[in-house]
Design a binder for this molecule. Sequence first.
Ligand code: F6P
Length: 345
Amino acid sequence: MKLGVLCSGGDSPGMNAAIRGAVLRAVDVHGFEMIGFMDGWRGFHEGDWIPLDRSAVRGLSPLGGVILGTSRVPPFAGGRGEDIDLTAFRARFAEYGLDGFLLIGGNGTQTVSSLLTDAGIPAIGLPKTIDNDLGGTDYTFGFDTAVSIAAEAIDRLRTTGESHRRCMVLEVMGRDAGWIALHAGMAGGAQVMLLPEYPESLAQVCDWVTSVRDRGRSSLVVVAEGFRLDGAEQAVTRDGLDGFGRPRLGGVAEVLAPLIEAGTGIETRATVLGHVQRGGSPTAFDRVLATRTGMAAADAALAGTWGTMAALRGDQVEMVPFGDAVDRLKTVPADRYAAVRLNFG
Ligand code: F6P
């Protein structure tokens, strides 16, 4: 059997470990041939690939980024569904002599995996995103690393904030989900966590910050990039389109900080953590999850369980149908937010 692996979407710490896990199992144990396409679908379209064997993946587990590169180049021309012409795609697939794909990606990639499998082109999904917003799986690799980096940033901001009696606002990633803000905020003991799923009013945010000051402390506010103040209080801060043609997020901390300062009289500073959250070596948790994901995907190819995604369910990595993940954004549930909100301020 010959498998083609590629990465699509933003990178996520653990992608290299996932490739290594898949190769160790598929090539070494099952005797498959494996190739890796460079820069996602670009490599597939342009015939840019490398052979993947044990020596190609040596030492990859702790390495950040991804050796194959990743991109948001689309797999085929046209939109979703019936508009898509798969003729050229099928010809390429046959030319490479492939029996199936292992596709490492987030929401969009799992949608493509599902579409390919429905069209008779076998695919297995390996879910990754620092945002942890993919349905069907408890955690995606990359999330734990992003949370650890954001928690460390909170620890650092706290000491300088306390020294100057300032309110510190830290903006973290997560797109439309507040998972990174929630977990990093809990780990770092933030006094306020602002999530996209749960708008709050400026007056409420200022009340929390003031009550922290009244206790003689300085506030640490974690805000997810997708958060918007309740009502029309916050100017639109979006600054163009991202690689998907969606409005680019970010910049919310820089809008919020002066509003908090004006509303409380407390000197306030904003920090945007940005891509630091995606860079560098994955945590041990992400390395293990990614390796298990790669191995499970290789085993699923052997078993012919195409059309599935390697998902973490409890402490087991299981193959689940793409339908469980695709187009189902996993957001922070109301009870999780309510539980932390009780202690804000
Ligand atoms: O989806 C992962 C993510 O890091 C989001 O948290 C963030 O909004 C986005 O990607 C940033 O994308 P880019 O790297 O294209 O700026």
